[in-house]
Design a binder for this molecule. Structure first.
Ligand SMILES: Nc1ncnc2c1ncn2[C@@H]1O[C@H](COP(=O)(O)OP(=O)(O)OP(=O)(O)O)[C@@H](O)[C@H]1O
Length: 346
């Protein structure tokens, strides 16, 4: 649906100043029909990347293709056409305070030149879709944050786009309102067959609704894939740091700081057991206890759902003597239980 091909973006550089590189060479495809998330630290280049998709910025080099069309070569009329195909929602909603709910939603249709009746025919079902039929004549100042974002979503959908861009759309909302907006995005993705590309610094958002994720760091995509795969087995250090507070069981710092890479005599092994797919539904912990004996401590645990799939992790410790380690490793091989040795300690 959207393809970035060798995209760079440099800002400044005029009058002999050094240019700042916001995007350093992005190659990435957004799958059609999916909800995809782009995550990254502040300043990583998320906003710049998403603004390239609807031509609010143009790449310094490389191409951005939307449904096969090169955004960089479009003239004014071409850009207007593109923006009818690509809706966008924003962190601070960007509603016009002097217009009612109805008239905010109607704005892109007025710009497209539809007459009043055609506009009303389109706006009414949109207000129903986002649950604001009873707020038609209200002004933005009379709405809650969640209601304002619903207006933003309805406005973005007014021209029946194929792609919806979301720039931190839930970052200004409380957790409960965030959930209801995410539910709405899920519903429109499914019912309107709308591809959604969202940027966020909130890992929970991606974990809840995005089937695919890409991690951006200093203007480069450093990791991408199915959200479940990336979140359960992050490969890049940046991904690990971003996810450290979001996914799985966390070890208290006082245990983590004392861990050694090799066991001394009498030490215990600290091991993270990861349950997903088949292993999420089997009583493997009880079997592990039966296998290696009752000297097994559970130090931390969490059960989670990532992009709709169950995922659990448990940090356990047991004696790091060769016989116990051998029995445990055999058990992991036989059952397919994924594990990660965190280290050794007393
Ligand atoms: N118009 C501009 N002129 C100069 N520098 C810019 C411009 N727009 C963005 N930048 C710089 O490019 C870098 C990437 O910015 P961008 O807004 O894309 O990051 P971000 O990941 O969206 O960050 P945040 O989460 O804080 O919004 C930043 O260092 C920013 O200062």
């Amino acid at each position: 649906m959207v393809a970035f091909e060798g995209v760079t973006k440099h800002f400044g550089g005029a009058n002999g100043q050094t240019a700042f590189t916001a995007l350093a060479g992005i190659d990435y495809s957004v799958p059609k029909g999916a909800i995809s998330g782009i995550i990254g630290r502040s300043g990583a280049g998320k906003s710049t990347l998403i603004r390239l998709v609807n031509g609010l910025e143009l790449p310094s080099t490389g191409k951005v293709l939307v449904d096969g069309v090169d955004v960089g070569v479009l003239d004014e009329a071409g850009l207007r056409g593109l923006r009818r195909e690509v809706g966008m929602i924003f962190q601070h909603f960007n509603l016009l305070s002097s217009r009612t709910v109805h008239d905010n939603i109607a704005l892109p249709l007025e710009i497209a030149g539809l007459d009043r009746q055609a506009i009303d025919r389109r706006v009414k079902p949109l207000m129903e879709l986002v649950g604001l039929s009873d707020k038609s004549g209200r002004y933005p100042a009379e709405l809650s944050g969640g209601q304002k974002q619903r207006v933003g979503i309805a406005r973005a959908l007014a021209t029946e786009p194929k792609l919806l861009l979301s720039d931190e759309a839930t970052s200004a909302l409380d957790p409960e309102t965030t959930q209801s907006i995410l539910e709405l995005l899920k519903t429109i993705n499914r019912d309107l067959d709308l591809t959604v590309l969202l940027i966020t610094h909130e890992m929970e958002v991606v974990k809840t609704i995005a089937s695919h994720v890409a991690v951006i760091d200093r203007g480069l995509i450093v990791e991408s894939g199915r959200t479940f795969d990336v979140f359960t087995a992050p490969k890049h250090e940046t991904t690990r740091v971003l996810l450290s507070a979001t996914v799985g069981a966390k070890l208290p710092e006082w245990i983590r700081s004392d861990l050694k890479p090799v066991p001394a005599s009498g030490d215990r092994a600290l091991v993270r057991l990861v349950f997903f797919g088949d292993t999420a539904f089997q009583p493997l912990t009880a079997r592990l206890v039966a296998e290696i004996g009752t000297d097994l401590n559970i130090l931390a645990g969490a059960i989670d759902e990532i992009a709709g799939e169950p995922f659990g992790s448990l940090v356990v410790s047991y004696p790091a003597d060769p016989a116990t380690l051998e029995r445990a490793n055999r058990f992991y091989q036989e059952t397919g239980l994924a594990t990660e040795v965190l280290g050794y300690g007393a």
